[in-house]
Design a protein around this ligand. Structure first.
Ligand code: F3S
Length: 71
């Protein structure tokens, strides 16, 4: 089981995460990312199995390590 969250304080709105895994990450009106899953704005939420691979790629691809991850 993995959980994810986006730290908006360090996100630079590069767009990589929601391009890589649009089922989990989404852009706000200014291009900053957030986790679109239920509870994603409040803190870490579990990544559904079917999105795990793409979400992990998104985490690995974030240039500022703002896509946070807990295994
Ligand atoms: Fe921001 Fe990183 Fe996504 S900089 S837009 S959280 S890839």
């Amino acid at each position: 089981m993995a959980k994810t969250w986006v730290d908006k304080d360090t996100c630079i709105a590069c767009g990589a995460c929601y391009s890589t895994c649009p089922d989990v990450y989404e852009s706000d009106d200014d291009g900053y990312a957030f986790v679109k899953l239920e509870g994603g704005l409040e803190g870490f939420v579990e990544v559904p199995e079917e999105f795990l691979s793409d979400a992990q790629d998104a985490k690995d691809g974030c240039p500022t390590e703002s896509v946070r991850w807990e295994d």
